[in-house]
Design a protein around this ligand. Structure first.
Ligand code: ZN
Length: 445
């Protein structure tokens, strides 16, 4: 099957003004303006009313948190008290609720134009040993490309950590399950639909040894490493008190100052640390909404990129967001960074770059994802500009960001349409909403 996406209204790619050809899950050709496709075509899609973007890539999330959106006891709190209010609720997760939460999160992402997502899952209460397997099954049902990061916590209150004792696991169980998941699911090929990364949760919930052992295990499988770092000054104080060093020194101490690592948040980095991170090739996920809602601070995106760090976007968990809409996150990141750096330093194209090429670099997938070019994955997000919010627009691509696009009309992942006319194929959304709301009510009770 060879598909021609013909004559888009606008496209975020050079030399594809006439469209692009998709075959075997990849982009087979770009078609310049006014030219015909170079191959025979089986199916033509008229994109004359669509703005075509590379599929957006979400590099940080906690799917399960869609069950605790706008949770009253956690509203209006900073990170540490926010976590303390939520840990006991999350400890009651079960397989059915996680399957619903993962489906809800990925459906919301896909409808916003996201084609690849990560998830940082670090809660494994009794009965939820197969959490990552459940998430992968949900992704396969939806047809979404994923990098599931096997999270972990083994430092609880009794040992000086933040989480309560009953939500952590011991290091042996964590490493055994991590090895199992890497062997069962990790596909290192550039066009993989499923990859695994290892993701000890944060300095205040994981031991130094587990950071080191996770790195050794991931690297033995060619997999990447992910964690939260430099999100709050509370975390920095914790690092100094417990490890006798600040977060980036700690990162280096445990062998994580390397180009197979990406970090969520990256807010509290002084300029000298930004240079060290860039020299090592560490990627940073900017989570604008989460940072604003928790009042965590400002990620110095412009400075990090100027230093040479890959910078991507993440919606972060839906308890600190409280959405999973990546196109909205593009706009919020654009506004937040422009507010900080000024109008001449940040454009809508910067924000779109973070959500595409930048995110692909963070997860080590820039060879196949994040750009529209020959040989790249056929992961595309197509938006129409027929809502009231766009009426009167000039530049169609700027309109997506500046006017607040929030819903893709069509989404293609690995050459397959997964969203058509703003509807996810094969998913009963009203039923999902009802089931998810019932599960949330039960969990929060
Ligand atoms: Zn997070």
């Amino acid at each position: 099957m060879r598909r021609f996406i013909k004559a888009p209204l606008a496209i975020l790619a050079e030399g594809a003004e006439g469209g692009l050809v998709v075959e075997d899950g990849r982009i087979a050709a770009l078609v310049p303006a006014g030219a015909a496709p170079p191959h025979d075509i089986d199916e033509t899609f008229d994109a004359s009313s669509h703005v075509v973007l590379p599929g957006l890539i979400n590099t940080h999330h906690h799917f399960y948190q869609t069950l605790t959106r706008a949770f009253p006891p956690a509203l209006n709190r900073e990170l540490f008290p926010w976590l303390t209010a939520l840990y006991p609720v999350w400890a009651r997760l079960d397989p059915e609720k996680l399957a619903l939460a993962a489906t809800t999160a990925m459906a919301e992402l896909m409808l916003s134009g996201c084609t690849t997502t990560t998830d940082h899952h670090y809660l494994f209460p009794a009965g939820l040993d197969g959490a990552i397997d459940i998430e992968i099954a949900a992704a396969e049902r939806l047809g979404m490309r994923v990098v599931m990061t096997r999270g972990s916590m083994n430092l609880s209150q009794k040992d000086g950590g933040l989480p309560p004792d009953h939500v952590v696991q011991d290091a042996d169980a964590i490493l055994a399950d991590s090895a199992r998941l890497l062997a069962a699911h990790h596909d290192p090929s550039p066009h993989a639909m499923v990859q695994i990364a290892l993701a000890p949760c944060s300095p205040f919930s994981v031991t130094r040894d587990l950071m080191k052992e996770s790195a050794t295990l991931a690297r033995a499988h060619g997999a990447r490493l992910h964690t939260h770092l430099a999100e709050t000054l509370d975390e920095e104080d914790f690092c100094v008190a417990r490890f006798g060093m600040r977060p980036v020194d700690y990162l280096e101490d445990v062998g994580w100052l390397a180009d197979d690592v990406w970090l969520a948040h990256g807010i509290h980095f002084p300029p000298a640390d930004q240079q060290r991170l860039a020299k090592a090739g560490v990627g940073i996920t900017h989570c604008a909404c989460s940072n604003m809602i928790l009042g965590s601070g400002h990620c110095p995106v412009h400075a990090l990129e100027a230093a040479g760090c890959p910078v991507g976007l993440g919606v972060d968990g839906s308890a600190s967001q409280d959405a999973s809409n990546l196109m909205q996150e593009v706009r919020h990141a654009f506004l937040l960074q422009r507010h900080h750096y000024g109008v001449t330093s940040i454009s809508h194209l910067d924000a779109l770059r973070w959500a595409t090429v930048g995110s692909a670099r963070c997860i080590g997938r820039a060879d196949a994802l994040g750009r529209i070019d020959v040989g790249m994955a056929a992961d595309l997000a197509l938006f129409t500009l027929d809502e009231l919010r766009f009426a009167g627009h000039g530049d169609p691509i700027a309109a997506l960001v500046n006017c607040g696009a929030h819903r893709a009309d069509r989404v293609m992942i690995a050459g397959r349409w997964t969203v058509i006319d703003g509807t996810l194929i094969g998913l009963d959304i009203p039923r999902l909403i009802a089931d998810q709301q019932a599960a949330a009510r039960a969990l929060q009770a």
